[in-house]
Design a protein around this ligand. Structure first.
Ligand SMILES: [Zn+2]
Ligand SMILES: [Zn+2]
Ligand SMILES: [Zn+2]
Length: 501
């Protein structure tokens, strides 16, 4: 990635934390071996019913864990009260409708996560280059891509690269061992995918409690950061709070990334907008003087000073950012909107995915804690969350409920209102496109892109949750096969298009 660093150089770049991809997370094709062939044959037995079932899985985007709904939709005439049934699942295969789970997390459902990733790309890109209701002029606003890091909670094995060469892990400190008798340095040259990367040099020196408390507090630290950033900007520009607010607006979006050491990083796009008198919501360029350098200085001053408090009585009292801060200017020549959008969207589908699929769901009990299929260091972070989560003075941090997130209970992403379009609007646009294709260009749509009922009627849906996921392994296998087939067809179509060009 091209870099235009104007922050402290040599900071841990965002690419450091995600080399370890868990290949099993990907489109793991279910093998037919072990799946009851009888289930597949039963589903495929009635061609008409199979056709309808396959159409449902397609409409649900080949979701791996679709929600099964039973019920239907009625139209009621408002003047007469007459009821017309317009849809019922009674005639559907198994009497249910399959609806996509819609998760963003790749460990839960790959096809839905892919849809989410594409929407996230559109959302982020629109805030950088315009489109989707954003003016193209946003591309000219001062805009930074900033990586906020966690402090150190103890030395960890690291992959270090300099000028294309892999460097020693911790070549310094050759002297005395740590109080636990372990070597204080490490001269090995770890490859990026070395499973030991991220693990502490000494597990007894590493402060597990402080680490998970920091993860638990980083959403509050971010909230404060956005507030301090405005203050810092005002101070640097020599303006009062009120005057600053009259002239400019800070727009941002941030995403969380888990580092190999189990701590959360935030990658943020911070954009400076002007305000247009009389047009409260308009996104316009800021007045002269509000430069990208000024914005960067405000970010540096903020990151160095802001802290978030932790519950009194706990082992740590405040959470600051780590000393490493990476600031890059987003502009077409150095770091393009597409690069940043692609980068951010990738994190949209990931949380603890880099540690395997074992942490896709909340931990339900202590038995599970002992058999976690994740690196030992990560398992210890999870157990630390569980232990601290049992303490009354730390109850507000909900550490048990978020043990599978290593204590982090924030959203993968937060954005300010004017940064860009919304996921809701992107989904509505997609739905509207489908609705219009089905019902013709004259179709009346609601805000979410769904067809409005005819004049003089209201639509009443009554749905019952019948369960999640496919009821048989045979169905799950068929759905994943259909998904794979469709991906392949799309790939061939793309290649043919490219060949024609
Ligand atoms: Zn899904
Ligand atoms: Zn090492
Ligand atoms: Zn030690």
């Amino acid at each position: 990635m091209a870099r235009a660093t104007i922050g402290p150089a040599g900071a841990d770049t965002p690419s450091a934390g995600h080399h370890h991809q868990n290949k099993e997370n990907g489109d793991r094709a279910l093998g037919l071996a072990g799946v009851a062939l009888g289930e597949v044959l039963a589903r495929a037995g009635d061609p008409a019913e199979y056709e309808r079932w396959a159409e449902q899985t397609r409409t649900a985007g080949y979701c791996a864990r679709p929600v099964r709904l039973a019920g239907g939709v009625d139209q009621v005439e408002t003047t007469t009260g007459e009821v017309h049934q317009t849809y019922t699942t009674e005639r559907e295969p198994d009497g249910v409708l399959l609806k996509a789970c819609g998760t963003r997390r790749a460990a839960r459902c790959q096809p839905c996560a892919e849809v989410y990733r594409r929407d996230a790309f559109q959302l982020v890109a629109a805030g950088l280059r315009g489109g989707k209701g954003m003016p193209a002029s946003v591309a000219e606003h001062p805009c930074l891509f900033v990586t906020f890091t966690a402090p150190s909670f103890g030395a960890v094995h690291s992959h270090r690269e300099q000028g294309g060469r892999v460097r020693a892990c911790h070549p310094r400190s050759p002297g005395a061992p740590c109080p636990h008798g372990r070597a204080a340095g490490c001269r090995r040259r770890h490859s990026a995918d070395d499973p030991e990367v991220g693990a502490p040099l000494c597990v007894d020196c590493f402060d597990y409690q402080a680490a998970v408390l920091w993860n638990a507090t980083v959403p509050e630290l971010w909230r404060r950061t956005t507030i301090y950033l405005r203050r810092a900007l005002g101070r640097l520009a020599g303006l009062s709070r009120a005057e600053l607010d009259r002239q400019v607006r800070l727009s941002y979006i941030k995403v969380a990334e888990y580092q190999r050491r189990g701590l959360v990083h935030y990658h943020a796009i911070v954009r400076l907008d002007g305000r247009s008198p009389g047009q409260a919501g308009a996104v316009v360029p800021p007045p002269p003087g509000f430069t990208v350098e000024l914005l960067a200085a405000a970010v540096r001053a903020t990151a160095a000073r802001v802290t978030a408090p932790l519950p009194a009585g706990g082992p740590v009292q405040a959470a600051p950012w780590g000393g490493q801060l990476d600031i890059r200017v987003i502009d077409a020549a150095e770091l393009s909107a597409e690069q940043v959008a692609g980068y951010v969207a990738k994190y949209a589908t990931k949380a603890t995915e880099s540690f395997g699929t074992a942490l896709a769901w909340p931990i339900r009990g202590t038995a599970q804690l002992e058999a976690l299929d994740v690196p030992a260091h990560v398992a210890r972070l999870v157990r630390t969350c569980w232990q601290l989560g049992g303490r009354a003075d730390l109850a507000e941090l909900k550490l048990r409920r978020f043990a599978h997130m290593l204590g982090y209970r924030g959203h993968w992403s937060t954005k300010s209102r004017r940064y860009s379009t919304t996921m809701r609007d992107l989904r509505a646009a997609r739905r509207a496109w489908i609705t219009v294709r089905r019902h013709g260009p004259g179709a009346q749509l609601d805000r979410d892109g769904r067809p409005l009922p005819p004049e003089g009627t209201v639509t009443i849906g009554s749905w019952e949750y019948a369960g999640s996921g496919y009821t048989t392994l045979g169905d799950a296998w068929l759905a994943s096969s259909l998904a794979a087939q469709t991906r392949e067809q799309r790939r061939i179509a793309r290649e043919e298009l490219a060949g024609d060009a």
